[in-house]
Design a protein around this ligand. Structure first.
Ligand code: GLN
Length: 485
């Protein structure tokens, strides 16, 4: 048998249920892989070996008793933005370096109840602000396909860990592309569900009207299995939808006949690497071959998305991050009075990008500038949402590239925030509109770096994009490549 850590969740689930493998040996294989490759990748901030073995033993007991939810005994990595009871949760920031939450995020509690095994807390950009995981206070994560390249961000550790077979699946969060872009850069599947589909309780807030929880996995089916366990109402998150959760795995019929695939003309313009465009266009061709129909659509306000996002997201971030004051939790650097204590704590605790966002956000919300920036940003957001509403009158899903480039070199964009912000040009509008979006591997560039196809659905259209993603995967056009480590 192949090394156990290389299995998909679907394969491992069957073998676990048949008792041909144990959760303990599966977990051990993942922890060994972490030991072997993580010194090169830095996908983890904290590895939870002892806890993982305990969870695996408990899972084996359940499996032996025939009580086996789909994720029972499956080793997962958790972005270090999720509160995990008793396990340090840093958000990749010095300000939370020693923070140990006394409670679990709702999705963590759900996965725990279903017997999942948490191998560790994954690296990320500090407070999820970034597109390359270079803004982590714990050093950058490297791309498993080429360690001189970034893994993407902000959930770079979660994506890299799956790509390098350090775990079978993982959790990330996506505020402007932070699941889809690293999934694309690392050659794995990542889905950002509809805003409100999954509870955000216990997920450290960045921009609350945009943040959403979602999984990474090696296949679309595996992502569907994880999402089914995450989604659903939560009395602790009033923004979370009570809509029943469909069986996402059952939606994977392989049938896309008659599916109308919208192709936005604004997404295939200058700035996109030719090999990225070629791979995405080839994927569109295979949808046509499977009986889907391409429809040209227009999303006319696309060019304003990045600007609107950086107003709305920073405004919300400046408010959300006000709580890190050195008093209640996290780092405290004493001063002669409270103001000095706040200043010293925040000056020492936050990294440069986080400070930049807090300043930008405070500026766009301040008296005299609110109307010119924040209010305008919100109006543009509405226009972007309406663009999608209109587009979905003539198509069922929308297909685009995930990012204009493949994984860039470490250090390449750190000194130019605007260039970094542009990595999310194709993903950000999806968050502004609250829609579901998935990244599915659709090829490799000549350097062997993965390329992602983005499929966007209407609100609560997760089944449609999962089905379409799975159908493409079944063509076998793209083979999963082992990481080069
Ligand atoms: N790169 C974007 C940002 O820095 C999106 C990050 C995210 O989705 N969390 O804000």
């Amino acid at each position: 048998m192949t090394e156990l850590n290389r299995l998909t969740i679907t394969e491992a689930r069957d073998l676990l249920r048949k008792r041909e493998i144990s959760a303990r040996e599966l977990t051990r294989a993942c922890l060994e892989q972490i030991k072997l490759v993580d010194p090169k990748l830095n996908a983890f901030i904290t590895v939870c070996a002892r806890e993982a073995h305990e969870q695996a033993d408990a899972a084996d007991a359940r499996l032996a008793a025939g009580d086996a939810p789909a994720l029972c005994g499956i080793p997962l990595a958790i972005k270090d933005i999720y509160a995990t009871r008793g396990v340090r949760t840093t958000c990749a920031s010095r300000i939370l370096e020693n923070f140990v939450p006394p409670y679990d995020a709702t999705v963590i509690a759900k996965l725990r109840a279903n017997g999942a095994v948490f191998v560790g807390k994954a690296n990320m950009d500090e407070f999820a602000m970034g597109s390359s995981t270079e803004n982590s206070a714990f050093g950058p994560t490297r791309n498993p396909h080429n360690v001189e390249r970034v893994a993407g961000g902000s959930s770079g550790g979660s994506a890299a860990a799956v790509a390098a077979d350090e775990c079978l699946g993982s959790l990330g969060t996506d505020t402007g592309g932070s699941i889809r872009e690293p999934a694309s850069f690392c050659g794995v599947v990542g889905i950002k569900p509809t805003y409100s589909r999954v509870s955000r309780y216990g997920v450290i807030a960045y921009a609350s009207s945009l943040d959403q929880v979602g999984p990474f996995a090696k296949t679309v089916r595996d992502a569907a299995i994880i999402l089914r366990d995450l989604a659903g109402a939560d009395p602790r998150d009033s923004t979370c939808s009570a809509r029943p959760v469909p069986d996402y795995e059952a939606a994977l019929t392989g049938d896309v006949k008659g599916l109308r695939v919208g192709v936005p003309k604004e997404f295939f313009v200058s700035g996109i690497e030719p090999e990225v465009e070629q791979a995405v266009r080839a994927a569109l061709k295979s949808y046509e071959a499977m009986g889907a129909r391409m429809v040209e659509i227009s999303l006319p306000h696309t060019s304003y998305a990045v600007a609107a996002y950086y107003i709305v997201a920073t405004a919300e971030a400046s408010a959300n991050l006000a709580r890190y004051d050195g008093i209640r939790y996290g780092l405290r650097v004493d001063g002669d009075n409270n103001i000095e204590l706040y200043n010293r704590t925040r000056a020492r605790g936050f990294g440069a990008e986080v400070k930049r966002r807090i300043m930008l956000g405070s500026f766009v919300l301040s008296a005299g500038y609110y109307d010119a920036y924040y209010l305008k940003g919100q109006k543009v957001r509405t226009l972007i949402r309406r663009d999608f509403e209109r587009a979905f009158e003539s198509c069922d899903i929308i297909a685009t590239p995930v990012a204009p480039t493949t994984a860039f070199a470490l250090g390449e964009k750190v000194s130019d925030p605007l260039q970094m912000y542009l990595s999310d040009i194709f993903t950000i509008s999806v968050n502004l509109a609250g829609l579901p979006g998935i990244s599915v591997p659709c090829g490799f560039d000549p350097q062997g770096l993965p390329i992602g196809l983005q499929l966007i659905g209407p609100p609560f259209g997760e089944e449609a994009i999962l089905r379409a993603g799975d159908a493409f995967e079944r063509t076998g056009a793209v083979k999963r490549r082992a990481a080069i480590l």
